[in-house]
Design a protein around this ligand. Structure first.
Ligand code: FMN
Length: 177
């Protein structure tokens, strides 16, 4: 999918490998839904800096533009040490730039978007609190946190849960409000 496919979900993939379990799970879940994947491995996103001094090659604002052009955002991450991946957490830290000047206006434009989360792990369930940063961050930006999907590599693929999750994502792409 190209980056310009608006009115499709934007998936932000935070795995340490581009063709790993999370990507494969994502492909299964969204098989019937046109979508755009941003693989964070392909982008330069510096760690958060209080002074907002970032290297010229930093692409966080480009990724912000992409988020702003899609009604639905799906954060896809493996569980690494009971939490989101470090790459995804780095991206979340950078969201701080959108609540500070000079980019506060961009942050306000995140309001109303629909946010989903997909995770893969080894354990049967994710650890307590795993979902909290996704839900609370969405709420902080006045986005709507719409739910999550988890697949353990040790369990059969939950086909029905995947179908329902995809259907819910699709619903917000058809009628974003
Ligand atoms: C650094 C690292 C830490 C992990 N920590 C956990 C964990 O805390 N809980 C869990 O269920 N699985 C854990 N796993 C297993 C991965 O979550 C699981 O294999 C996942 O599907 C990998 O997705 P990926 O191929 O996209 O990286 C860990 C794997 C790695 C590489």
């Amino acid at each position: 999918m190209t980056e310009s496919a608006a009115h499709t979900p934007l998936v932000i993939l935070g795995s340490a490998r581009s063709d790993g379990n999370t990507q494969q799970c994502l492909t299964k879940v969204l098989a019937e839904i046109p979508h755009t994947v941003v693989d964070l491995r392909d982008y330069s996103v510096a760690t958060y800096d209080y002074l907002h001094e970032y290297p010229a090659e930093d692409q966080f604002l480009h990724l912000t533009d992409l988020m702003l052009s899609h009604p639905v955002i799906v954060f896809a991450t493996p569980v690494y040490w009971y939490s989101m991946s470090g790459r995804m957490k780095n991206f979340f830290d950078r969201l701080t730039d959108l609540v500070e000047e000079p980019h506060k206006k961009l942050g306000r434009r995140m309001a109303g978007k629909h946010v989903f989360m997909l995770a893969t792990g080894y354990d049967e369930e994710w650890a307590e609190g795993f979902e909290v940063p996704f839900r609370r961050t969405a709420e902080y930006f006045d986005m709507h946190y719409e739910g999550s999907f988890y697949h353990s590599s040790e369990q059969p693929f939950p086909t029905e849960a995947a179908r329902q999750f995809a259907q819910r994502i699709n619903q917000y792409c058809q009628s974003p409000q």
